[in-house]
Write a protein of this length. Sequence first.
Length: 230
Amino acid sequence: MIYLGIDTSNSPLSIALAKDDTIIIEETSNLKINHSLTAMPAIEEMMRKAKVTPAQLTHIAVAQGPGSYTGVRIGLTIAKTLAWSLKIPLHPVSSLKVLAANGQYFDGIICPLMDARRGTAFIGAYNGKDLEPVIADQHSEVKEFLTQLKELGQPVLFVGIDVEIHGEVIREVMEDLAFFADPQHRLPRASNLIMLAQQSDEQDVHHAVPDYRRITEAEANYIKVQGGEG
């Protein structure tokens, strides 16, 4: 089995190929470059380096959000197109769970975080031992989420490139329960995405949709125009 993993859900780009239990190649970039211009060429170049043809792929793993609206759509569109055209299984995985996997085996809770502006974040909480959700992925006011997290009374490892944006409030609320992943462990890893995909069920290509965890700006504006009625 050969898995292709694609994560474009936030500003970093991470892609990987794995054959059975071996990672063949993985490439991760934190350059602020539009994924619509770089993702597919990067995938093609990676496969060329690995001497893997599209016909050899057996599974596609993709980070399905939450995260950047555009980034999530790009990754899922590429993944769905490849899975449909090659007639192979598609495995969407939570983008936050992919980040949480960077801290697996931490003795406590892992909290992946992506900034969503205005004091909010896409955020969740996972058990460090088995990566099972402790608090579901959500779009939340950060301080409110941290207050809930602190009530669990366990040490928490924060992961993600946006952690320091909220570092001050994290330290203020969590105090000595807060731990921070080293910089090299804050980027999403497509190898982790593939690992999680191998443990998950496939999803019908036509039913796979982005997991935004909040309404789009266009939807919010429509609701506002309609007088607040959803």
